[in-house]
Design a protein. Structure first.
Length: 150
């Protein structure tokens, strides 16, 4: 996706989520790199988004070994498939439903909480404006957007 300079300018000048651009823009000299970093940094000031797939090692790290004891042989085989698949789309609703069947919060509170928490993640202002995974890599784009129309 490309940068919509008008949308970026509105973000920088109005700061609708109170990210804090003005302190960097009003500094002498202007800290454009800092502004770009704020645009690319995920923040709790924005709505969470569905997490992309995580690698299997990260998936396995969130499973408490003692909470595997209640699983059937078939369920353990399913876990093994996910744990060795390379990536697990933890944000997918079917995967979350499967997690809740295998590790209900009443029987496996740690694993359930850990894997449920992975379903969403914080997003950056750049992602909110331009799409999941978007990163502004050139500070000149930030400057151009802010100064356009002046």
């Amino acid at each position: 996706m490309t940068i919509n300079y008008a949308a970026l300018q509105t973000e920088l000048k109005t700061d609708p989520s109170s990210i804090g651009y003005s302190g960097l823009i009003n500094a002498t000299p202007v800290n454009w790199d800092g502004v770009m970093n704020l645009l690319n940094t995920p923040t709790s000031k924005l709505p969470s988004i569905q997490h992309e797939a995580i690698d299997s090692a990260a998936f396995k790290a969130e499973i408490k070994p003692t909470e595997l004891q209640t699983l059937t042989t078939t369920q353990l085989q399913q876990v093994g498939i996910y744990a060795t698949s390379g990536n697990v789309d933890v944000g997918d609703s079917d995967v979350q439903a499967w997690i809740n069947i295998l590790w209900p919060s009443s029987a496996a509170p740690f694993t359930n909480a850990n894997l449920t928490a992975l379903a969403t993640r914080l997003q950056s202002p750049a992602e909110l404006l331009f799409g999941v995974g978007f990163v502004i890599t050139n500070v000149d784009d930030v400057i151009r957007a802010y100064k356009s129309g002046q």
